[in-house]
Design a protein around this ligand. Structure first.
Ligand code: B1M
Length: 223
């Protein structure tokens, strides 16, 4: 079983989406992230375990990208393979929703196109009973402000994966706080830290989706 799980991580790292995918050349004709994830779930592997191996695969491709061993096309294929896995995992993260605890407006900040982590946050938060209004990627401040206005009482989550877009995140947090001081804002994403989040004026920071749920649940019980 552990071999099957490892293979999913390798498929994500190598960008092997499914059996029909001709990329990468040396994996032509082999099953990909799509088929192997289905097999693993059918065999009773926990979705969390699959997610863990995929995150490790993403980590490896990121490190190779940093060393100039692979380039943007390889990152894109890795993201595509990750999406194939997530399509299978989504129902597990979403199950259990009963009645919305509140609204959570979520988006990746301006200039940033990374959405895999943000999508995971959306799934887990939704699965924990919150209505998620996902604004997508490269979300400019006015879009956040308009959405907050349209959904009074909502909480807001901002994601950033680039050190350069943390600057935009900071500006968006400031605008939200200046226009809607009572709105609770949580930030997250690989380059963020609690310290950076507090300096931006955010109310919370989490390094993972579960921490975002904990933050939101504290709000919903008035804590
Ligand atoms: Co980009 N990229 N990328 N990339 N990419 C990184 C982030 C990078 C670290 C790679 C590297 O150099 N090692 C680097 C950033 C360096 C930096 O600024 N510190 C980088 C770069 C430089 C770039 C480009 C500039 C490359 C170029 O064009 N020269 C470019 C920028 C494009 C843009 O955004 N304007 C770029 C492009 C891309 C792709 C489009 C090819 C693709 C994204 C596809 C997509 O998302 N649809 C991509 C990818 C895949 C990556 C890596 C390999 C993987 C990111 C990922 O999905 N991780 C990444 C390297 C790495 O992370 N090791 C890299 C898996 C995901 C589950 O984790 O997103 O961290 P993550 O989310 C986590 C937590 O952070 C947290 O929960 C999630 C689940 O645990 N979290 C939150 C996230 N948001 C949260 C919000 C919360 C709470 C928790 O509350 C609201």
């Amino acid at each position: 079983m552990s071999e099957l799980i490892d293979r999913i991580g390798v498929c994500v790292e190598r960008g092997k989406v499914n059996i029909a995918s001709p990329f990468p050349n040396d994996m032509k004709g082999q099953e990909g992230a799509d088929e192997l994830t289905r097999q693993a779930l059918d065999a009773g592997v926990k979705p969390d375990e699959i997610l863990q191996t995929c995150n490790a695969g993403m980590q490896r491709i990121g490190e190779r990208f940093s060393k100039n061993e692979v380039f943007v096309p390889e990152l894109l294929m890795a993201a595509k393979a990750m999406h194939a896995v997530m399509a299978h995992l989504k129902p597990f993260f979403k199950s259990g929703t009963v009645k919305a605890k509140g609204k959570f407006v979520l988006g990746t900040v301006a200039g940033d196109l990374h959405d895999i982590g943000k999508n995971l946050v959306a799934m887990v938060v939704e699965g924990n009973g919150w209505e998620v209004i996902d604004l997508g990627v490269d979300v400019k401040t006015p879009k956040f402000l308009d959405t907050i206005k349209a959904h009074p009482g909502c909480a807001v989550g901002l994601s950033a994966l680039l050190t350069t877009t943390m600057v935009n995140m900071s500006k968006t947090v400031a605008e939200i706080k200046s226009n809607f001081p009572a709105t609770n804002v949580i930030v997250g994403g690989a380059p963020l830290t609690m310290d950076a989040a507090m300096k931006m004026g955010a109310d919370g920071y989490s390094s993972d989706p579960q921490g975002a749920v904990a933050f939101l649940d504290r709000l919903s019980i008035g804590g």
